[in-house]
Ligand binder design. Structure first.
Ligand SMILES: [Fe+2]
Length: 94
């Protein structure tokens, strides 16, 4: 399940394929963060917990790496994320 790509990349428009690959990478990293954090909450072994949380933290860095590449290819993504962040700030100020 975890090693299967859920999209058929052969059917993706050539100009969008790298964006889709990067988005899929981001999804996989976010999923990994949840997985490692959930596993850490379920172990009683402090060493395992510590390593799982360290790995979860590293996955967050991987998200950043994929996002940095995606932002280079998809300027609209950057703009819309900035817009979303501003919208939240405005909502929280009210
Ligand atoms: Fe990763």
């Amino acid at each position: 399940m975890l090693a299967v790509t859920p999209i058929d990349l052969s059917k993706v428009n050539g100009e969008n394929i790298d964006k889709e690959i990067l988005r899929f990478g981001i999804i996989a990293e976010l999923d990994a963060i949840n997985l490692y954090e959930q596993l850490s909450e379920n172990t009683t072994d402090s060493h395992i917990k510590k390593v799982l949380l360290d790995i979860a933290r590293e996955e967050k860095e991987h998200v950043g790496e994929f996002k940095a590449l995606l932002y280079k290819l998809d300027k609209e993504q950057t703009e819309m994320e900035d817009s979303g962040a501003k919208e939240v700030e405005e909502l929280l100020e009210e």
